[in-house]
Design a protein around this ligand. Structure first.
Ligand SMILES: Cc1cc2nc3c(=O)[nH]c(=O)nc-3n(C[C@H](O)[C@H](O)[C@H](O)COP(=O)(O)O)c2cc1C
Length: 227
């Protein structure tokens, strides 16, 4: 039975009473998970809205605790790492990871970076060995599938696009995906939100459809092949 870990990073609600638009990235992610759960209602499903309930930023004490051997960790250090431990436990059991994220200032929201900082942790999600030469870091998790869903106000962030060099969101997620243990990554993108025109409507509709189709395809594959 696969486990789905669903992380939403927009500060907006899907339905937003205080602004004219709700979160587009959350809506697309919901289309994915809803469709998945229609096909496979008994799979375990873990949800975190880190946009509205952000993980704590790591601190000097957090780093010291991480580098203290388990048997020497004080109760205070264990407490400092408790959130990181839970987030890593959720990640470790996940087979499918759905991360939805807005583009804020050309990158990921601070809330999502805070989540990554809590889970990319030595001897938990990667290890470090200088014997590996110029690439001493090695991810410890593997075999997972990541679905990265993003929404941005502008457009042209793709390879060869007019804002390719300003895209610090998907390239960053691609790099970090290895530390999540994702061997396979799918990307679903909505653009043009700030233009509020036909291009935007088309982009959102396309992303919503892609999310549904991908969920159906992957869920069917799991049902048929078990992987
Ligand atoms: C604080 C903030 C920063 C943003 N920065 C960018 C940006 O750098 N580039 C861009 O294309 N859109 C930017 N936008 C537009 C958002 O990416 C767009 O509204 C997107 O739909 C937000 O995701 P959401 O609808 O899931 O909340 C920004 C919006 C906000 C609120």
């Amino acid at each position: 039975m696969p486990t789905i870990l669903h992380i939403d990073a927009s500060v907006r609600d899907v339905l937003n009473a205080s602004s004219k638009h709700g979160s587009i990235s959350k809506k697309i992610a919901l289309n994915f998970t809803n469709r998945w759960r229609t096909h496979r209602p008994t799979d375990e499903y873990i949800y975190r809205d880190i946009g509205q309930n952000p993980p704590a930023f790591i601190t000097q004490e957090w780093i010291a605790a991480v580098f203290t051997a388990d048997e020497k960790k004080t109760d205070k250090q264990k407490q400092i790492l408790a959130l990181s431990d839970s987030l890593i436990a959720e990640l470790t059991i996940a087979d499918i990871i759905v991360i939805s994220s807005p583009m804020y200032n050309y990158g990921m929201p601070a809330q999502l970076k805070a989540w990554f900082d809590q889970i990319v942790r030595i001897n938990k999600t990667f290890d470090f060995d200088l014997a590996r030469g110029d690439f001493p870091l090695q991810p410890l998790l593997s075999g997972k599938t990541l679905i990265a869903i993003t929404s941005c106000g502008e457009f042209g962030f793709e390879k060869g696009g007019i804002r390719e060099s300003a895209n610090h969101l998907l390239p960053h997620l691609r790099t970090l995906s290895k530390y999540l243990g994702a061997d396979t990554m799918y990307e679903i993108i909505s653009e043009f939100q700030e233009f509020a025109d036909e291009r935007h409507k088309k982009s959102v509709a396309n992303a919503l459809r892609q999310a549904e189709n991908l969920a159906a395809e992957l869920a069917l594959r799991v049902t048929e092949t078990g992987t």
